[in-house]
Design a protein around this ligand. Structure first.
Ligand code: CA
Length: 341
């Protein structure tokens, strides 16, 4: 496994000749992104591992990640997006912990012209070994790109401007009483900006914007005692990688999952939190390596990083799908972090 830390723009440019096709007038960020969503110029190219089947991936991803619990439920009608952890879901302490998966609906394009906006979305909970304990229905069209639990609330991304919020008691009721499955709009929560996915760390919710063609950005919100959100105007926005689908926030490190399309490998970025507003994230020491396709949100819990994948959805069951991942992939959070420290 390579251990080199890529620091700075020179390292990024040296990684691939793809930057040579950039337009001369473009700035560094544009040049780096001009390679397109398949292989951003700031990511190592390596296809030396056949682990997980399908298209070959980087040895770094194969070394760091392994197959975790099955996450194959509801894939015939729904597409997984968000992943969180709900500790002691039955209340009290020392009870069972669940992984929460958010999914949006999709229609068969052969019979319907629209996708994900015609049916209620879904939130389900499963044990860390993959046994489903219950599900709830979310509002129609909720993308569910982010799911996290914090201080008595379950937060779910609905759109880039709206994060839904439900009390854990209400979600428990939905999981255990089929007549109460519809969660509805939840509690009023302040609008957000560019929130495609999010993590919660240290009392703040960090929400990143997915962008297919250029680098996105991330803002953070203080979580008030009421559970509502308030934009932290003193922080960010910080630049994040192109086609980001999820973030893991640590005190000194970010991990981004990025992907786009069933035919393209994803990329995992591990980045020191040593860059600021207006700076490229590649100014900080970082590592990027190629992953399986269609990686989605991720969450760290008890030292383990869990990574969700949408490629198993029937929505993507065509010949050009290069991976069909129906399990979580898991890695040591410390090992991920230590790539840049
Ligand atoms: Ca997503």
């Amino acid at each position: 496994m390579r251990t080199r830390v890529v620091a700075g723009a020179l390292g990024a440019l040296a990684l691939t000749g793809a930057t040579l096709v950039a337009t001369p007038e473009a700035g560094l960020t544009s040049r780096a992104d001009a390679a397109g969503p398949l292989y951003p110029a700031d990511c190592e190219e390596d296809e030396s591992s056949s682990e997980f089947g399908g298209a070959r991936i980087s040895q770094t991803y194969a070394d760091l990640f392994s197959k975790g619990a099955p996450a194959g439920r509801y894939l015939d009608s729904f597409t997984p997006q968000g992943l969180g952890v709900w500790e002691n879901w039955q209340g009290g302490s020392g009870t069972e912990d669940l992984l929460l998966v958010g999914m949006h609906y999709f229609d068969d394009p052969a019979t319907s012209g629209d996708d994900e906006v015609s049916h209620r979305s879904r939130l389900y909970g499963m044990t860390t070994s993959g046994t489903v304990r219950g599900f709830a229905t979310l509002p129609i069209g909720a993308h569910t790109g982010g799911v996290k639990v914090h201080d008595g609330w379950v937060y779910v991304q609905k759109s880039q401007t709206e994060i839904l919020r439900y009390s854990v008691e209400r979600v428990r009721e939905a999981f255990t009483n089929p007549s109460r499955r519809k969660l509805g709009p939840g509690r009023d929560t302040a609008p957000v900006v560019g929130a495609s996915f999010f993590d919660i760390d240290g009392g703040y919710l960090y929400a990143g914007r997915h962008d297919e063609n250029v680098r996105g950005e991330m803002r953070r919100y203080a979580i008030k005692p009421s559970g509502d959100l308030e934009l932290d105007e003193s922080w960010g926005p910080l630049e994040i990688p192109t086609k980001a689908q999820g973030v893991l926030v640590m005190a000194d490190t970010f991990v981004f999952s990025t992907s786009l399309g069933r035919g393209n490998r994803g990329n995992v970025y591990v980045v020191q939190r040593t860059y600021g507003v207006g700076e490229e994230f590649t100014q900080a020491p970082y590592r990027c390596f190629q992953s399986v396709a269609m990686i989605q949100e991720l969450v760290s819990w008890n030292g383990v990083t869990y990574l969700l994948n949408e490629s198993g959805s029937a929505e993507f069951a065509t010949d050009d799908r290069i991976h069909n991942i129906r399990n979580l992939h898991v890695a040591s959070t410390d090992r991920l972090r230590s790539l840049v420290w």
